[in-house]
Design a protein around this ligand. Structure first.
Ligand code: CAA
Length: 246
């Protein structure tokens, strides 16, 4: 595969790390953003120990100006971005009748506004160069909803609306835009769900287990090669059979 320059937001997290590693193993130059420099440097050193050179750049995806500086720094580090993975995301779970405005706005800003904030700064370059891959990491809960996640499900469903609109606008420019919707993956985010609630959720997964981050990275990689040029506006579920919408 041709080596490309990639930006993975939230690349130091559970699923993010697996995506960064996969892209780097495929030979792409990869950058990710951070808000906590010390933590990111320690993570970068771990990548280095695995033989992977990953650029880290400061940036808050929830803020448009910060995202602009982040993209600029990433392009300085690895070159013009050809692959963007909008992966950064948070949860602030709570039943809606108890949800406060901060829980709502923080999730919408980090999970959905971020797609605008970051993509807006890479799209012109991709259109000029006539090649691009933009992938949103959404969620099974954006497809089926989830008790306690009105904020998160709204943001994640919105991400796919963003995908299918951008896919139409940019198809003529060699840019594909797709969504990957992971199910429950064994990351810190899912492990933070109370154990008895998590056990009930896991019992509903036909494979009988949580997913692994590398199983999501594999789904992301599927969209990258030139052979995938015809696949745009798709929503690829990777959830162990937990939800089979079509
Ligand atoms: N269906 C029906 N009832 C449910 C329910 C469900 N799925 N989940 C909880 N309830 C019920 C409980 O049984 C309880 O009922 P009783 O009051 O009759 O006993 C009631 O709801 C509790 O409601 P509360 O408002 O008091 O809720 P709480 O403060 O105890 O906590 C919660 C609610 C925060 C939503 C908690 O249930 C929870 O953490 N749920 C998991 C949410 C979840 O799946 N998060 C995913 C995080 S990982 C992720 O997001 C990654 C990804 O993309 C998959």
């Amino acid at each position: 595969m041709t080596a490309r320059n990639a930006l993975v937001t939230g690349g130091t997290g559970g699923i993010g790390t697996a995506i960064v590693e996969k892209l780097a193993h495929l030979g792409h130059r990869v950058a990710t953003n951070y808000r906590d420099e010390a933590k990111a440097k320690a993570w970068q050193a771990k990548m280095k120990d695995k033989g992977l050179d990953v650029a880290i750049v400061p940036g808050d995806v929830a803020d448009f100006e910060s995202a602009a500086a982040m993209v600029k720094a990433a392009e300085t580090a690895v070159g013009p971005i050809g692959i963007l993975v909008n992966n950064a995301g948070i949860t602030r779970d709570g039943t809606f009748h108890k949800m406060n405005p901060k829980q709502w706005h923080d999730v919408i800003a980090t999970n959905l506004d971020s797609c605008f904030n970051v993509t807006r700064h890479v799209i012109d370059g991709m259109r000029e160069r006539k090649w691009g891959r933009i992938i949103q990491i959404s969620s099974i809960n954006g497809q089926k909803g989830q008790y306690g996640q009105a904020n998160y499900a709204a943001a994640k469903a919105g991400m796919h609306g963003f995908t299918i609109s951008l896919a139409q606008e940019n198809a003529k420019f060699g840019i594909t835009v797709n969504t990957v919707s992971p199910g429950y993956i064994g990351t810190d985010m899912v492990m933070a769900v109370p154990e008895e609630v998590r056990a009930k959720i896991t019992a509903q997964i036909p494979t009988g287990r949580l997913g692994r981050p590398d199983e999501i990275a594999y789904a992301v990689a599927f969209f990258l090669p030139d052979e995938a040029a015809w696949i745009t506006g798709a929503n690829l579920s990777a959830n162990g059979g937990h939800y089979m919408g079509w």
